[in-house]
Design a protein around this ligand. Sequence first.
Ligand SMILES: NC(=O)C1=CN([C@@H]2O[C@H](COP(=O)(O)OP(=O)(O)OC[C@H]3O[C@@H](n4cnc5c(N)ncnc54)[C@H](OP(=O)(O)O)[C@@H]3O)[C@@H](O)[C@H]2O)C=CC1
Ligand SMILES: CCCCCCCCCCCCCCCC(=O)[C@@H](N)CO
Length: 307
Amino acid sequence: KPLALPGAHVVVTGGSSGIGKCIAIECYKQGAFITLVARNEDKLLQAKKEIEKHSINDKQVVLCISVDVSQDYSQVENVIKQAQEKLGPVDMLVNCAGMSLSGKFEDLEVSTFERLMSVNYLGSVYPSRAVITTMKERRVGRIVFVSSQAGQLGLFGFTAYSSSKFAIRGLAEALQMEVKPYNVYVTVAYPPDTDTPGFAEENKTKPLETRLISETVSVCKPEQVAKQIVKDAIQGNFNSSIGSDGYMLSSLTCGMAPVTSITEGLQQVVTMGLFRTIALFYLGSFDSIVRRCMMQRAKSEVADKTA
Ligand SMILES: NC(=O)C1=CN([C@@H]2O[C@H](COP(=O)(O)OP(=O)(O)OC[C@H]3O[C@@H](n4cnc5c(N)ncnc54)[C@H](OP(=O)(O)O)[C@@H]3O)[C@@H](O)[C@H]2O)C=CC1
Ligand SMILES: CCCCCCCCCCCCCCCC(=O)[C@@H](N)CO
């Protein structure tokens, strides 16, 4: 039974920008009440104004609450309490607050690993932990985690980012097994590169290798990613992916993930071998990108020394 969005309370962390903002708009367009959670209050208010343009009735509300989702559990718990007092129990939580920093393993500060793990992973644990009891009691709920294609495979430059996005999947699989009998459904989204302020920021420091490998998959619009995520969350699909490469990656990396429908299970069984074959070619091309970049760097170093 799909979740009915009209009148539902949807909390979106990272809802003031990029994919999160588009998810909030998509839910609002379908009649939901929205709580936006992020740190910067100006960006929150700006997003609220933008979302309110899409209202479909005059009862709809967009609430903004400023908090860092990665710092202190009791703060996050308080924010959820405030939201529930104003707009009722949370029907859907979207954990979209997150960030990316890339660089070679030896060039990344140790603190970057700590930061990405706390924002991307703990920043998804805290809000989820704060809503889960009520969802189980009410036998209603959706929890969405926004991972990444880089949460399905490890890539050059993403030692810190990929691991924080892989962690989300472990959390989601375990949680789904616990809450399914209570009619609560978990969705993990694996978007490709998406045209957002966060993506622009990430690109400022991205190694050439990472950029060339990522360019295998074309950049998506956040509206399109948001539409897919909301659709999958409403349906209660465990997996949410975009495009043909997204479909192949999800099928190939399904592992012991819960299966949502018989069709999905059968498709995974039938396509696994083929997609692994295709993947071997991709992996070969990624290795050759890395080798070419290494030789290029060595050459320009020699040139620098002789000059
Ligand atoms: N864009 C892309 O290419 C892809 C993005 N993703 C993932 O999607 C999610 C959204 O990405 P995108 O839309 O690009 O990001 P943006 O940088 O555009 O937006 C990030 C949002 O998260 C909020 N946020 C960041 N850190 C915190 C924090 N510690 N506490 C509370 N809120 C926080 C930001 O607000 P504020 O700074 O004010 O707190 C902002 O609202 C991320 O998890 C990202 O990893 C996945 C695949 C691809
Ligand atoms: C059958 C096998 C098919 C294989 C296809 C392989 C494609 C690999 C490309 C991975 C791109 C990683 C995007 C990360 C986006 C992200 O999370 C950041 N932009 C966040 O800001």
